[in-house]
Design a binder for this molecule. Structure first.
Ligand code: FEO
Length: 395
């Protein structure tokens, strides 16, 4: 247990070992945490729990902090199992305890656990009195699941934001001002880019809605990573920036290659970009050798991307095919893109990548560059020239 204020404690689990999240979909180089909070007033409420593998440990630890029977209410801000995973374990110990969640939360929780717990459905503006303080519920559908919800604790001025404003970042420090700021923001941005990008328009609306309530916020307590106590508005401002077609002066080249032809094209493109605009930061990634979530964070930061693959069996290499599929789901806005690739005979890769990039919603620059066999000096010069055109087009 770690104290946040006199009446609010962190009772979650820091998962230092976690290296993959959402199955194997999301890399977590710095681990994560599943934040659970205990609010003790005249009534005691537990807000969210932890991922199922830690459920026994969680309940045993909680049992040392408080008599479990003293917990009057449980709030399930979100049904995803990294936060609801210990509900079966704790509700075995204190059956019948009311579980406050949204209507969609009931559906998700029943869907996961096939249990008919004592659900109490809440909507935005509903309150739960704890004594001197009360919890105010704020639905946040599709941020990032239909059931997602936040709650606000009056008097303490704490927003329990669940996944929003979180980071997959394990730290024994509890608060944002105590940790390495570069690590913190690297993880916060990667989390936004990989998880929240598809919901950016809702992020802006929800932040505007919460700001319009005029509630003072001393702490933002997310369900992963550190708590924002030093100027918590800083992460809200960042989210508003990130949610509005965010880009920096950066171009990212993502490719895969079989016999180095497409790699040399990528490098020639980068030379051309640099020549046309020496101020732009250029990043090159062979996707087969690079963590895709880190690459997506760089795509998020970029004003333009170039994607390359050689042709194989009339198609493209699987790393690039999977990447395009993921980009389509994320739905980045306001970015330009181009394609490139080598081929030996049929040469479909360029056309397929162009089609994929359009499908992802990128604004295509030129027709891309396609080279038969290994690029010679003439082809490399053409690639450099396309790089220059691309740099000028994204300025
Ligand atoms: Fe951290 Fe959507 O669960």
């Amino acid at each position: 247990m770690k104290k946040i204020t006199d009446s609010v404690s962190w009772v979650g689990k820091i998962d230092w070992e976690l290296r993959k999240f959402h199955g194997d979909e999301y890399s977590t180089h710095r681990g994560s945490s599943y934040n659970s909070y205990l609010v003790q007033d005249k009534k005691t409420v537990l807000i969210d729990t932890v991922w199922a593998p830690f459920s026994k440990e969680f309940v045993e630890t909680l049992d040392k902090v408080i008599e479990l029977e003293e917990i009057d209410y449980i709030v399930a801000n979100h049904a995803e199992i990294d936060h609801s995973g210990a509900l079966p374990e704790i509700l075995k110990k204190i059956p019948g305890t009311p579980v406050y969640c949204t209507a969609n939360g009931v559906k998700s929780l029943k869907g996961h656990y096939h249990e008919d717990w004592n659900f109490q459905v809440v909507k935005t503006g509903d309150t739960l009195s704890l004594g001197a303080k009360e919890l105010v519920f704020i639905e946040a559908p599709m941020l990032h699941w239909p059931d997602s919800m936040m709650c606000y604790l009056t008097n303490e001025n704490i927003l329990f934001s669940n996944d929003a404003f979180g980071q997959h970042y394990a730290s024994e420090f509890l608060f944002n001002d105590l940790v390495d700021q570069n690590e913190l923001y690297t993880e916060a941005l990667k989390y936004y880019a990989n998880i929240l990008t598809p919901f950016s328009s809702l992020v802006v609306k929800k932040i505007e809605e919460v700001l319009s309530l005029g509630l003072p916020v001393n702490y933002i307590c997310p369900s992963h990573g550190i708590i924002w106590r030093d100027n918590p508005a800083q992460i809200v401002q960042k989210y508003l920036e990130w949610a509005q077609s965010y880009k920096e002066n950066r171009i990212t080249l993502v490719y895969d290659t079989m016999w180095e032809g497409t790699r040399t094209l990528a490098e020639a493109l980068a030379r051309g970009i640099q020549r046309a605009d020496p101020s732009v930061e250029v990043k090159l990634y062979n996707l087969a050798k690079t963590d895709k979530n880190d690459v997506i964070a760089d795509v998020f930061r970029s004003k333009g991307i170039l994607v390359g693959s050689p042709t194989i069996n009339r198609g493209i290499l699987t790393s690039i095919a999977g990447f395009l599929e993921e980009l389509k789901g994320l739905g980045f806005k306001g970015k330009k893109a181009g394609a490139f690739g080598c081929y030996g005979w049929s040469g479909e890769s360029l056309k397929l990548i162009v089609h994929g990039l359009k499908d992802c919603g990128f604004d295509l620059v030129g027709e891309g560059i396609r080279v038969l066999w290994r690029p010679d000096d003439v082809s490399l010069q053409a690639a450099e020239q396309f790089g220059e055109e691309f740099a000028r087009a994204v300025q």
